[in-house]
Design a protein around this ligand. Structure first.
Ligand code: NAD
Length: 338
């Protein structure tokens, strides 16, 4: 049994904690909060042991929250920590993990050169075996790596060009925007997302451009690939359909955008309306000899969740990539059927 704690119980951390308690080989030691807000209440309601920043104990106990201890105590009691604190804080916390000699996973907001290696289960599971500090790449890089890995394996990719149409903010971030704009983010080309994908797929020749738009729902990627070998649409659809973390969206389902996908997730009873899968529109896949075009949507709050679970098993050298991905997929309920 792997004793895991989650430091930073926000958008990503609360989802990862819920996935950990579903794993037969993991025990959730606790989650940390800095403030006694509604998320702290959710953690307590779910009976997750609550750990807090040293000195903040009274602000929690004063409003009726039972506090298990400090974050340092939580780390000390863990075999591994999933750090889901905001960008930059994970790097600061890595000093603490080193001090307690506990391996840790940080998230995509941390810099690539601040960790031993970056992680995506489908692309490079084995690279993280036995490492002390690993970064699960961002939601966008996770989605791109999942898509490109099987295509690279089958056809070889000469060049990938991806335009990222990014959600402006997460639903819980009312102070972020834009609310009436399309922002070139960044204005210069290419964007930093391509190099981030290369942190898990170093041999991919990829350029990315990114825009931010007024939605909180999901990201959309416009993908163009030049392959080394000729392909055809039927085989490309078959290849992608076999990937457990890719959901093929058919036009007959009447879903032409991200609002429809979120509605589907809620209709099938997904927790928090989460979509852990890349959603690739089958009818958008256009193949002409070695040129491929397609659209995919990525739920930014959800796709990195199974990756964090697999990263735990990779670091702890528990099992193979396939065994870990199968177990994660089965326990959380990956797959939307057709
Ligand atoms: P968030 O702000 O929703 O949650 C972060 C949590 O950490 C908050 O609850 C905050 O109170 C807590 N926290 C802050 N400082 C802390 C500290 N010193 N110790 C313990 N807890 C602390 O952030 P998020 O969106 O979950 O992002 C976390 C990481 O995941 C970032 O690196 C981000 O780039 C990455 N990420 C975010 C998304 C997304 O769309 N939200 C997707 C993929 C990756």
């Amino acid at each position: 049994m792997i004793n895991v704690s989650v430091n930073g119980y926000g958008t990503i951390g609360k989802r990862v904690a819920d996935a950990i308690v579903q794993q037969p080989d993991m025990k959730l030691i606790g989650v940390s909060k800095t403030k006694p807000n509604h998320e702290a209440k959710t953690a307590v309601d779910k009976k997750y042991p609550l750990y807090v920043v040293k000195g903040a104990e009274e602000s929690f106990s004063g409003v009726g929250f039972e506090v298990e201890g400090t974050i340092e105590e939580m780390i000390e009691n863990s075999d591994i920590v999933v750090d889901a604190t905001p960008s930059g804080v994970g790097f600061e916390n890595s000093k603490l993990y080193k001090k307690f000699e506990v391996p840790a996973i940080v998230q995509g907001g941390e810099k690539e050169d601040s960790v031993e290696c970056s992680f995506n289960a489908r692309a490079n599971f084995e690279t993280s075996v036995g490492k002390k500090l690993v970064r699960v790449v961002s939601c966008n890089s996770t989605g791109i790596a999942r898509l490109l890995t099987p295509i690279e394996e089958r056809y070889g990719i000469d060049r990938a060009r991806v335009t990222l149409i990014r959600r402006g903010a997460d639903p819980g971030q009312p102070s972020k925007g834009p609310i009436n704009d399309v922002i070139l983010d960044p204005v210069y080309l290419p964007s930093h997302h391509g190099p981030d994908v290369k942190s898990v797929l170093p041999n991919i020749n990829i350029d990315t451009l990114a825009l931010k738009i007024p939605t909180t729902l999901m990201h959309v990627h416009v993908v163009n690939l030049s392959l080394n070998k000729s392909a055809d649409k039927v085989r490309m659809c078959e290849l992608l359909s076999k990937e457990s973390r890719i959901h093929m969206v058919a036009l007959r389902e009447g879903i032409k955008g991200i609002a429809g996908l979120k509605e589907l997730a809620l209709d099938v009873g997904r927790p928090r309306g989460d979509l852990w899968e890349n959603c690739v529109w089958e009818e958008s896949i256009s193949v002409e000899d070695k040129e491929v075009y397609l659209f995919q949507a990525i739920h930014q709050e959800a796709d990195v969740v199974p990756e964090n679970i697999d990263a735990i098993r990779a670091i702890m050298d528990e099992c193979s990539c396939k065994e870990s991905m199968d177990l994660t997929d089965r326990t959380i309920g990956m797959g939307l059927g057709r």
